[in-house]
Design a protein around this ligand. Structure first.
Ligand code: G6P
Ligand code: MG
Length: 215
């Protein structure tokens, strides 16, 4: 599968950078404030999913309902906590092997894209100074449908000018693996095989590919 790759499209949170833990912590802050809780297993359902949809999932788990303006305020609060975490990030938060793998495949002529649901992606890329590693950047500010909808990956492939069947997606979220497959792309899971059951292969991190990939 990887041998046919002409473009690699990377999720951001949990694949390139260790921000998944900050999303989790910020949602925990919100849950504490409103007197509910959620488990790490619940948290897997939030990965790759947009901010508003994540809130809907949490409220469903908690069995709570709020009016639209309260929910909008809750999403703002969560994002304030999250941005407070990420605004001080530096290059030490880049996950092992990410830069090396991106540089390696780019040197081999493989196109690289970012396909993230996050509206904070521009801030993160700027903080870490890694925008130049991507030929195209598609984030939550550019798409209308959240993963598992394939829009984010199809748009990246289109902007790269590479057919979806020749793109490989790198994802740490179940919703992202489903989005990749719905886009007609291969999906490399980053993380736990038990959680990312639908991925074509699962590796613990991009550092693994720096070692084993022919690219
Ligand atoms: C990523 C994360 C999700 C997050 C989403 C939106 O996909 O995995 O946990 O909810 O981005 O992020 P944002 O920064 O826009 O709240
Ligand atoms: Mg992710």
């Amino acid at each position: 599968m990887i041998r046919e790759m002409r473009a690699a499209i990377f999720d951001l949170d949990g694949v390139i950078v260790n921000t998944a833990k900050y999303h989790y912590l910020a949602w925990k802050c919100l849950a504490n404030k409103y007197g509910f809780d959620f488990t790490e297993a619940d948290n897997e359902r939030l990965k790759g999913v947009s901010r508003t949809q994540s809130l809907e999932i949490l409220l469903e788990i908690a069995g709570l309902s709020f009016d639209d303006s309260t929910k909008a305020q809750m999403a703002v609060s969560k994002n304030e906590w999250y941005v407070n975490y990420i605004r001080h990030m530096d290059a030490s938060e880049i996950l092992p092997g990410a830069i090396e793998y991106l540089q390696r495949i780019r040197a081999k002529g493989i196109k690289t894209g970012l396909g993230s649901a996050s509206r904070n992606a521009p801030l993160i890329l700027e903080r870490l100074d890694i925008s130049a590693l991507f030929d195209v950047i598609v984030d939550g500010n550019k798409v209308t449908k959240a993963k598992p909808d394939p829009e984010v990956f199809l748009r990246a492939a289109n902007e790269l000018g590479i057919p979806p069947a020749r793109c490989i997606v790198f994802e740490d979220a179940e919703a992202g693996i489903e989005a990749a497959h719905r886009a007609g792309m291969g999906a490399v899971g980053i993380g736990n095989t038990r959680i990312l059951k639908e991925a074509d292969i699962v590796i613990p991190g991009l550092f693994e590919l720096v070692v084993i990939s022919p690219y």
